[in-house]
Design a protein around this ligand. Sequence first.
Ligand code: KG4
Ligand code: ZN
Length: 469
Amino acid sequence: MASSSLLSLSATFSRLHFVTKLSFPLALRSVGRPVRRDRRRALLSSSSSRWSPPSGPNSGSLVSCGGAARAGGDDLVVLGIETSCDDTAAAVVRGDGKILSQVVSSQADLLVLYGGVAPKMAEAAHAEAIDPVVEKALSEANLTARDLSAVAVTIGPGLSLCLRVGVRKARNIAGLFSKPIVGVHHMEAHALVARLVQQDLQFPFLALLISGGHNLLILAQSLGQYVQLGTTIDDAIGEAYDKTAKWLGLDMRRSGGPAIEQLALEGDAESVKFSTPMKQHKDCNFSYAGLKTQVRLAIESRKINAQIPLSSATTQDRSERADIAASFQRVAVLHLEERCERAIDWAMEMEPSLKYLVVSGGVASNKYVRSRLDQVVKRKSLELVCPPASLCTDNGVMIAWTGIEHFRMGRFDPPPPAEEPDDAMYDLRPRWPLGEEHVKGRSEARSLRTARIHPSLTSIIQESLQKQS
Ligand code: KG4
Ligand code: ZN
């Protein structure tokens, strides 16, 4: 069980304004509700038949969840809850993009202890943090749950045990206060938060989503319609940063990425000759497992002892570690640059009006990553859109905002029953692709680890659109 000292609550309050232009209507997507148990299904349907859309200034324009709904923007207020990995996060966001509160409780101490995310421990830490995090988000927004228009929550991809904690909390609030609920795709949220920070970011846009578990290049054609141009065939770049930091004995309390970024500033990025992954594959997929091995071998051959913290290392030892950090970072990011260049060409063939490359996810908070990718987009006459660091790493704002975008289109579930048993089974989607693979992006090297379990978000939406027409 995590101790209360693990709760390092940090809150930021920002003022961002944005009015979204909608591109086309979407139908209801049914998400996050309990599955498999007949009794619960009965409870859900009896509650939904009694429920009517939330009242308020927009209620006249909000069609019930059975059809495509339209709600104006500015007086929507949505609570977003995120627990898919190691951060417990909640935020309240208004329909015009104003962030009313943002709270993140990180499991940094657990990361240091276990050297990565241990699902059982992470679940326990989420369970301990979730109530205070949500309460703090509401109180900092000067609201109660009664004032919300809807509750949005991550339902995948991520660790089932962790997702479950957030979904239970979201359903609990939505049930008690009779609020609609929106199930959110974590990676879609990383991409869409860019539309909160940049007012003129319209579809289509290209997005590179780089985090601890994902490396995705997607063409976002409209809300919910994504073409996957590339993904990783093994590890994601964030995982490679984290392992490199661990093997170099760096301070992991803010995760490995920031520690490598900082140490790399002291090193010579040309000093260790790592080879760039997948040079021979002329596609947009990624691989970081081989680079990780190269780094491990380089560390072993220099006899660097990770047990000796950087602060106690000799000058010579410190400079060797810095050289490895800088050389790793150069090649890891070069791999991103090469894939992005090709992805821009592919995307331009499909969408000649393309203007933007969005870069988001935890690794996008890295300044070196941003500056290198900025040069790529400039060469291609595009514009880089990178959310601020606090919105790149996992956060509740991106979940609330994605909830707002889909809620406006009528894609939400009616309130769950006021009381659900603790052992309710939820429709969680630990492996859930965002889009359909681009024909050129299919990878024969794709390992079984990426085998899909749920149909992609895009295919679910397309199916419901076809049923409507
Ligand atoms: O998106 P995120 O917060 O959580 C996941 O969905 O995985 O990303 C976390 C990842 C970690 O691997 C972390 O080391 C990496 O993002 N990261 C960074 C930086 N900040 C966070 N990587 C490189 N440089 C950074 N400054
Ligand atoms: Zn993430």
